[in-house]
Design a protein around this ligand. Structure first.
Ligand SMILES: CC(C)(COP(=O)(O)OP(=O)(O)OC[C@H]1O[C@@H](n2cnc3c(N)ncnc32)[C@H](O)[C@@H]1OP(=O)(O)O)[C@@H](O)C(=O)NCCC(=O)NCCS
Length: 154
């Protein structure tokens, strides 16, 4: 318990920087997506230049142990809200409060942007993630099909 408490005490959340690329790629890999470093550099660049996006990491002073990415989503049919696009904590550091810390940071950013709600999609087979989100106050409000179409000319 003392060890876990120490881990969280020393942890701080800071904005993602370009030099975080290797660890960001590793965390995204743990989330289930293998992204080539050059592609990851491009994605980080797109997120960082856009002030409607928030990307932050949990850093213990020596290493990065978690990542969150959220963005604002204005809509016509419902009030403006913030969407959490991705959240991942290093597999060696889970269940020590880091996920909660990163979500608190994203919620604080959402509040600063004037949002009244934070929403997120979680895959139906990610039972652990759903239990975590419920634990920190999120409830399932809908289920939906995620549809996609390639628009690249063949
Ligand atoms: C889901 C995830 C981000 C949670 O981060 P974490 O750092 O392990 O979670 P925390 O330690 O901050 O947990 C916060 C609370 O949720 C609880 N919790 C965490 N995981 C849980 C689980 N699987 N089942 C039940 N409760 C859980 C913790 O016990 C804690 O409760 P407490 O406040 O009463 O102590 C992390 O497990 C992860 O990266 N998983 C893989 C990637 C993933 O699924 N991401 C989400 C994609 S939508």
């Amino acid at each position: 318990v003392l060890e876990l408490a120490t881990v969280v005490c020393q942890m701080h959340v800071r904005l993602l920087r370009r030099f975080d690329l290797p660890i960001a790629a590793e965390l995204v890999r743990q989330l289930g997506y293998d992204v080539h470093p050059s592609e990851m550099a491009e994605r980080i660049g797109l997120v960082l230049v856009n002030d409607t996006h928030y990307a932050a990491v949990a850093d213990n002073g020596e290493t990065v142990l978690g990542l969150v990415h959220a963005y604002t989503r204005p809509a016509l049919e419902k009030a403006f809200e913030v969407v959490v696009q991705s959240l991942v904590v290093d597999c060696q550091a889970r269940k020590s409060g880091i996920g909660k810390l990163l979500m608190a940071a994203a919620e604080s950013w959402a509040r600063s942007k004037g949002a009244k709600h934070v929403v997120l999609h979680t895959r139906v087979d990610r039972n652990d993630a759903r239990a975590f989100y419920e634990r920190i106050g999120y409830t399932t409000i809908a289920t939906s099909h995620l549809m996609s179409k390639s628009i690249v000319a063949s």
